[in-house]
Ligand binder design. Structure first.
Ligand SMILES: [Zn+2]
Length: 154
């Protein structure tokens, strides 16, 4: 997906990131068989007993997608012939960068992405609202994530 493809979804993603501030939000962009994208918010359970053992972080500085909602969304998109396109989360007060933890999660501790072809969108949330979003795409030649700005205002 390009930043332009994501543009129509920004209002719903921005609203979701604002609604969970000062905690991180998370969600998925799913593409249907025709390539049309939609945003599915997933509850962030970081810091709850259900997430213990999965992440030491709280919802303030990390995210763990609620497993039932995550599996449900992935099963549905698979059944309908679509695909997972983008994994979305927000960064409260620290900016829209790809953190070391984000990278570790994306690479699963190895040198190649856990989810080939899946991109990552990081949304910067601040007390006054959402001020930036960046899309991170694995570049196999560079062996690194390339970043692109996604405008948050239409
Ligand atoms: Zn992050």
């Amino acid at each position: 997906m390009t930043p332009r493809d994501l543009q129509p979804l920004m209002p719903s993603m921005v609203a979701h990131a604002r609604s969970t501030y000062p905690a991180e939000c998370c969600g998925l962009v799913l593409a249907d068989a025709a390539g049309t994208a939609r945003f599915v918010p997933i509850p962030n359970i970081a810091g709850t007993p259900a997430a213990a053992g999965n992440s030491e972080r709280t919802g303030r500085d990390g995210y763990v997608m609620e497993p039932q909602a995550l599996l449900g969304a992935l099963e549905e998109v698979e059944r309908s012939g679509g695909r997972l396109a983008v994994i979305v989360h927000s960064h409260p007060d620290v900016g829209a960068y790809f953190s070391k933890e984000d990278r570790d999660i994306a690479l699963g501790g190895g040198g190649e992405p856990l989810w080939p072809g899946v991109q990552y969108l990081v949304i910067s949330s601040r007390p006054a609202g959402i001020d930036a979003a960046r899309l991170f795409t694995w570049d196999a030649r560079e062996q690194d994530f390339a970043e692109e700005e996604v405008p948050v205002l239409p």
